[in-house]
Design a protein. Structure first.
Lengths: 398, 161
């Protein structure tokens, strides 16, 4: 067994190990999602791409209006080269991070400095709230590794030293660990946040059932805020998808501000699933890119798209997929998927977990360095391919 | 009162065991009465061979039957834990909350995955495995009614009978 870093989800677990023999994988510590991901990508082959590189470079160099899209499965280094390539080709760098809910969530994190390191949460977080997020289904190790079960400096007894709250529109598996289980009416998140804020400020008195939640439960939940020193709210896409995303996120921001104004530590972190969503967000913030690429794509402004890492045809909304089907697609990433099949040119690369090189940003923005291991070989990484493309395109342009 | 053994459920009823005892209340054993002896048999705290009258002629079949019934209590599955691998997501919750794991491999208390062969639980190939059931605190001689792994298993993959 060798130490590896998993990129099956945004937790980027770096305390796991694996061993590969032929197409068989053995692992320790990897959750089912991570192990399945490793089992899948170990079979991928990234052979010689020289011919396809030339063809791809031709298409990119000839593009009149180029979109460079994807990136959530690419390393930070690959994203950096992608930004350079976009600059060289005067193309438009964009990603699914710009899509409605993700854009809203990422905006909230940075607009008010709500984020915090997950290791700090493990050591200090004594009131943990999952709001519209169910890590038991998507980020399996989030509760055991960082937020709920582990012991920390100020959390000597693990979960016994914490209070756990789950707010959702349905009963979730994560609720099994929770002290407070609030099932509210769909679309009433902002209203509930307002009620909590009013209660914290002593302006309201909760009576009877509120938004489907028994008053006694809601009062207990609010007392949880009052009794705790370090409150961390992990908000997921459920909070966005139930409607009123802007009001909901503003509500979370305001709640954090109110808690901070009373001398408490309070933070809010998103629950993205894709491994390097934060890397893309970070790059997008630094680059000040306009977030309207999907509208531009749908209105037919691009004639060529370079898709990097993501299977966008399987994930984008219908109108965007229709628009993509009418333009030239160059794909760089792991083999398989609709985008790979549909592309005029596909350049297959090693998955980052296999390549064992480069960094990605964990969901709390911490850089995680991938570890090289015996399954790593000198096949192409996304970063390698983009560098070669940049070189070829630069030659063609001069 | 019942216990779970391996891949099948075996219900050990004290009355069922009592009916196979000599029922003499001879006070030659430590529990003193046959009913108390049957209860201890159910818990695995005592062996049928600890009943002197049972070793006498005429009780051979009963002795054999009792030995057969309590035999699973002597095996490693006698903690009453069932782990349904189909439901397990490999979340590591059981690894991190298990007090034995924390003592055997302290980094697990901080949320890290179990890597050694000394823990009760270890997540292998994406699924939690019980690799040292005999170390479980439910196992004799401790027999503590510890249920933390079941309590914090979100998918109900772990059941304690």
């Amino acid at each position: 067994m060798e130490d590896i870093v998993c990129n099956g989800c945004s937790l980027l677990c770096d305390d796991v190990s694996a061993e590969v023999s032929g197409n068989t994988v053995k692992s320790l510590g990897l959750c089912k999602l991570g192990h399945t991901h490793l089992e899948t990508v170990i079979t991928h082959k990234a052979g010689s791409n020289d011919k396809n590189l030339e063809k791809a470079a031709d298409l990119l160099a000839d593009a009149k209006s180029l979109l460079l899209y994807g990136w959530t499965h690419a390393s930070n280094e690959a994203i950096k080269v992608g930004l350079d390539l976009a600059s060289t080709l005067k193309g438009h760098f964009a990603s699914s991070v710009e899509m409605g809910s993700m854009k809203a969530m990422s905006h909230s994190i940075h607009s008010k400095g709500l984020g915090i390191d997950l290791d700090y949460v493990r050591n200090n977080g004594d009131f943990i709230i999952y709001w519209g997020a169910d890590p038991s289904e998507s980020l399996h190790r989030h509760p055991s590794r960082f937020a709920v079960l582990p012991r920390g400096e100020k959390i000597p007894e693990g979960i016994e030293s914490r209070t756990i709250g789950v707010v959702d529109v349905r009963s979730t598996e994560t609720m099994k660990m929770a002290n407070h289980r609030l099932i509210l009416h769909p679309g009433s998140d902002a209203e509930l946040l307002d009620i909590i804020k009013s209660e914290l400020e002593g302006k309201s008195s909760i009576k009877g059932t509120v938004l489907g939640i028994p008053g006694s439960e809601l009062v207990g939940f609010v007392r949880g805020f009052q009794k705790s020193d370090c409150i961390v709210i992990f908000y997921g896409s459920g909070m966005i998808n139930s409607g009123n995303q802007d009001a909901n996120l503003t509500g979370i921001e305001n709640l954090v501000e109110i808690l901070r104004s009373t001398g408490k530590e309070a933070y809010a972190l998103p629950m993205f699933v894709q491994p390097n969503t934060m890397g893309v967000i970070n790059a997008s913030i630094k680059g000040k890119h306009e977030a309207k690429s999907l509208q531009q794509l749908i209105s037919g402004e691009f004639d060529t798209v370079l898709v990097v890492g993501d299977d966008v045809l399987a994930n984008l909304p219908g109108p965007a997929v229709k628009a993509l089907s009418k333009i030239k697609i160059v794909y760089v990433g792991s083999p398989g998927g609709l985008t790979d099949k549909r592309a005029i040119v596909s350049i297959h690369t090693l998955d980052t977990i296999i390549a064992g090189s480069g960094t990605m940003k964990r969901v709390d923005m911490k850089d995680i360095l991938f570890k090289r291991w015996s399954a790593s070989n000198d096949g192409n990484t996304i970063s390698d391919v983009l560098l070669k493309l940049k070189e070829l395109v630069s030659k063609k342009k001069t | 009162m019942f216990s779970y053994y391996g891949d099948k459920t075996v219900k050990l009823n004290p009355m069922e065991l009592y009916n196979l005892l000599p029922k003499t209340n001879c006070r030659l054993c430590e529990p003193k009465t046959c009913m108390a002896f049957a209860t201890k048999l159910t818990l695995g705290d005592i062996s049928p061979d600890d009943c002197p009258p049972l070793l006498e002629a005429g009780f051979e079949k009963n002795l054999e039957k009792l030995r057969e019934m309590v035999a699973p209590m002597l095996t490693a599955e006698a903690t009453g834990i069932k782990l349904n691998e189909d439901k397990c997501t490999g979340c590591n919750n059981c690894v991190v909350v298990c007090p034995v794991d924390v003592a055997a491999e302290p980094p697990t208390s901080e949320g890290r995955a179990a890597m050694s062969k000394d823990t009760v639980f270890r997540v292998e190939n994406g699924i939690s495995k019980i690799i040292n059931l005999e170390k479980c605190r439910r196992f004799p001689p401790d027999r503590l009614n510890c249920r933390v792994c079941e309590q914090y298993c979100c998918t109900d993959a772990i059941e304690i009978w």
